[in-house]
Design a protein around this ligand. Structure first.
Ligand code: IPM
Ligand code: MG
Length: 372
C-alpha cells in the first residue's frame, strides 16, 4: 500500500491540463502515493445538479490530501439554464465547490505564497517574497445571503437600523442582504497561523488587513484579536492597514511586506494582487489547510478560452504540489521541486505564452521534472 492517498481533482477547462503537468513532476520525484480521481466540476452540475457530488466528498474524507485543478463557475441564473432538462425547475442552486469544500472540511487557512523567482520576466520587481494568510471559511463567504429579503428580516432591519436605513422604506425585492460573519475563533486561528508561520520561518513582521474604521463590528473584532495574539509574539512586529490603502502600498513598497493576514474577502483580493506582483495567474498557488485535510490548487480559474490548447502555465499548480509535499512532511521533496522550478525559470529556455515563450503546459512540466 502506498504511504499517501491523494485525491486527484482536475475539474474543468485547463484544470485538467495543469494537473497533468504537475503529475509529471510528482511522478518524477516518486512520491509514495496513490492518486485517486474525483469527479468535480461543471459537467456534474449539468448532469447531476451537483458540481461536488457526495462520492467526491466521501473520497476526500478518506484521503491525506488533495490536488485540485480549476472549476468553472457561473452566476445563479446562467447555471440553472445549463442544467439538463430533467433537472430544470427543481430549485437547484449552483454553489462554488471550492468554497463548499473549504467550509465542509474546515480548511480554515488559505495559504498563498507569492515569491518573485529570479529571472521570471513577469516579476513586477525582483526580490518580492510575500506570504498571504487568508481566512477561508467565514466573513462575506459565510453564505448567509438574501435576495429578496425575507419579511421577518426586513422588519428586524427596519427596526434596528432606522437612523441609517436607506432601505427602510423599500420593498423586500428592492434590495439584497449578504451577511459578513466573523467569529473570534475563526479570526484567532488564522491570525495565530500567520504568527506561527512568521516564527517558524524567521519572518519579522505580520501585517493585518482590515477596514475597521468603517466595518467596525466584524473587522474591529479581527483587529482586536490580532492585537491580542501579537502580544504573545514579542519578537515579531505587527502592523495593520486598511484594505484599500494596502492595495496601493503593496504596489508602491512590495518589499516592505512579509506575511499578510486577512479576513476571507480582503484576503481573496489582496492575494490576487500579490500574485500579480510575482508573475500573475501562472504563479499564484494556494493551499487550503485544515487540521485533518488540505487541498492544494493553483489560484487561477478554468480559463475556458484556453481549454484544450495545453497553453497555460502549470507553474502555479507545480508550486501547489510543492506546498502539498511540505504539508505531508516531505519537505526535502518539496524543496527539490521548488529548486527545479526556480532553475527552469532562471534558465529562461522553456517559457509558456504568459512568459513570452511558446512552450506548452506539458513541456513546462517535463522541463521541471528533468531538473529533478
Ligand atoms: C479563489 C477564487 C475563489 C474564491 C472563487 C473561484 C470562488 O477566487 O480561490 O481565490 O473566491 O475564493
Ligand atoms: Mg480569488
Amino acid at each position: 500500500m502506498a504511504k499517501y492517498k491523494i485525491a486527484w481533482l482536475p475539474g474543468d477547462g485547463v484544470g485538467a491540463e495543469v494537473m497533468e503537468a504537475a503529475r509529471i513532476v510528482l511522478d518524477k520525484i516518486k512520491l509514495d502515493a496513490e492518486y485517486i480521481h474525483g469527479d468535480i466540476g461543471w459537467e456534474f452540475w449539468r448532469k447531476e445538479g451537483d458540481a461536488f457530488p457526495e462520492r467526491t466528498i466521501n473520497l476526500l474524507k478518506n484521503c491525506d490530501a488533495a490536488m485540485f485543478g480549476a472549476i468553472t463557475s457561473k452566476p445563479v441564473k446562467a447555471a440553472e439554464a445549463e442544467l439538463i432538462p430533467e433537472l430544470k425547475g427543481k430549485g437547484l442552486t449552483y454553489r462554488s465547490p471550492i468554497v463548499r469544500m473549504r467550509q465542509l472540511f474546515d480548511l480554515y487557512i488559505c495559504l498563498r505564497p507569492c515569491k518573485a523567482y529570479p529571472g521570471n520576466p513577469l516579476n513586477y520587481k525582483e526580490g518580492i517574497d510575500i506570504v498571504v494568510f487568508r481566512e477561508n471559511t467565514e466573513d462575506l463567504y459565510a453564505g448567509v445571503e438574501f435576495n429578496p429579503v425575507p419579511q421577518e428580516l426586513a422588519d428586524t432591519l427596519r427596526k434596528i437600523s432606522k437612523p441609517f436605513g436607506a432601505f427602510a422604506n423599500l420593498k423586500t425585492d428592492e434590495y439584497a442582504v449578504s451577511c459578513k460573519v466573523n467569529t473570534k475563533k475563526g479570526s484567532e486561528r488564522i491570525i495565530r497561523a500567520a504568527f506561527e508561520y512568521a516564527k517558524k520561518f524567521g519572518r519579522k513582521k505580520v501585517t493585518v488587513i482590515h477596514k475597521a474604521n468603517v466595518v467596525r463590528a466584524t473587522d474591529g473584532l479581527f483587529l482586536d484579536m490580532a492585537k491580542q495574539i501579537a502580544s504573545e509574539y514579542p519578537n515579531i512586529q505587527m502592523d495593520d492597514a486598511n484594505i484599500d490603502a494596502m492595495t496601493m502600498w503593496l504596489i508602491k513598497n512590495p518589499h516592505s511586506y512579509e506575511v499578510l493576514v486577512a479576513p476571507n474577502l480582503y484576503g481573496d483580493i489582496v492575494s490576487d494582487l500579490a500574485a500579480q506582483l510575482v508573475g500573475g495567474l501562472g504563479f499564484g498557488c494556494s493551499g487550503n489547510i485544515g487540521e485533518k485535510l488540505a487541498v492544494f490548487e493553483p489560484s487561477h480559474g478554468s480559463a475556458p478560452k484556453y481549454a484544450g490548447q495545453y497553453k497555460v502555465n502549470p507553474i502555479a499548480t507545480i508550486l501547489a504540489a510543492k506546498m502539498m509535499l511540505d504539508w505531508l512532511g516531505e519537505t526535502e521533496k518539496g524543496a527539490a521541486v521548488e529548486k527545479a522550478t526556480a532553475a527552469v525559470i532562471a534558465e529562461g529556455k522553456v517559457r509558456t505564452y504568459d512568459m513570452g515563450g511558446k512552450s506548452t503546459t506539458l513541456e513546462m512540466g517535463q522541463a521541471i521534472a528533468a531538473k529533478l
